[in-house]
Design a protein around this ligand. Structure first.
Ligand code: ATP
Ligand code: MG
Length: 268
């Protein structure tokens, strides 16, 4: 579980100061999904970097399961990232000279696993995103959606607790977007990950139970109770099955809004 309290992030550019985050307080329970949207420059990527321990807050605390990330040494932070946090970015960041399997395996090197175990986990992760058949392909022998699925496999092969995705479908066309979102959603549900997703995909934002909007470094949170709010937003995949499947997994009224005492308070 993440607990953020009064988090600010200031960047200094010459004499000017940018308040990228301005007093963000937020709770993300273990296993929950939080969707973050908001205008460009609103602070979304900055927040994700703090959640992932890629950067440190200027003030306030970012606590993951009792550990304040801003107080960890660089070495401990690196270890925590390697073991517990999976990242997926808009650009897939695959190494062009390595096969899909090798790209996934590289993420496991910091864990000190034996070669055979790395192989096994990489194969398993690629299979879980539907790419077992493509393990030997180089990135440029794969479609955009497939490349992003390799990146998802790379993020998950370490078996993280947390998955952070920053506009993971931003570079993809519409049909591929749905394919990648479906993979992310199914992995999130099956693995019980704490999942924080930055996206401009408004149909996804409409379906999510908790949506945070970051604008000018300030956060506001919307809890969603599922009601008969007009026509159902188009879910990915074949309309009929996907719609019923989605409704089945997220029954009305089964929204954990009571579990998030501090998240709903817009930051001061
Ligand atoms: N390294 C940096 N140095 C200086 N300013 C920065 C730095 N990184 C981000 N900023 C500034 O912080 C603010 C928030 O940036 P951030 O990248 O978090 O926005 P974002 O919501 O992810 O935007 P986008 O939707 O365009 O990706 C912006 O004003 C940006 O210019
Ligand atoms: Mg961004």
């Amino acid at each position: 579980m993440y607990e953020l309290t009064g988090v600010t992030k200031r960047y200094r550019r010459g004499k000017a100061t940018v308040n990228a985050l301005d007093g963000v307080s937020l709770t993300v329970p273990t296993g929950d999904r939080l969707v973050i949207k908001g205008p460009t420059g609103g602070g979304k990527s900055t927040l994700l970097q703090l959640l992932g321990g890629l950067d440190r807050a200027t003030s306030g605390s970012v606590v993951l399961d009792g550990t304040d990330l801003s107080r960890l040494s660089e070495a401990k932070l690196t270890r925590l990232r390697a073991e517990r946090i999976g990242f997926v970015f808009q650009g897939f960041h695959l190494i062009p000279t390595l096969s899909a399997r090798e790209n996934v395996e590289t993420a496991l090197v910091p864990l000190g696993l034996r070669t055979a175990e790395r192989r096994r986990r990489a194969a398993e992760a690629l299979e879980s995103v539907g790419l077992a058949e493509r393990a030997g392909h180089l990135p440029d022998e794969l479609s955009g959606g497939q490349q992003q699925r390799v990146a998802i496999a790379r993020a998950l092969a370490k078996r993280p607790q947390v998955l952070l995705a920053d506009e993971p479908t931003g570079n993809l066309d519409e049909s591929t977007r749905d394919e990648v979102m479906e993979v992310l959603e199914s992995r999130w549900r099956e693995l019980g990950l704490t999942f924080v997703l930055v996206t401009h995909d408004s149909s996804l934002a409409r379906r999510a139970d908790r949506v945070a909007t970051l604008s000018g470094g300030r956060i506001s949170l919307t809890e969603r109770t599922r009601g008969p709010a007009g026509p159902a937003p188009a879910p990915p995949g074949p309309p009929a099955e996907a719609a019923s499947g989605d409704a089945g997994q997220l029954p009305a009224g089964d929204v954990p809004s009571d579990d998030v005492p501090s998240g709903g308070v817009p930051s001061a």
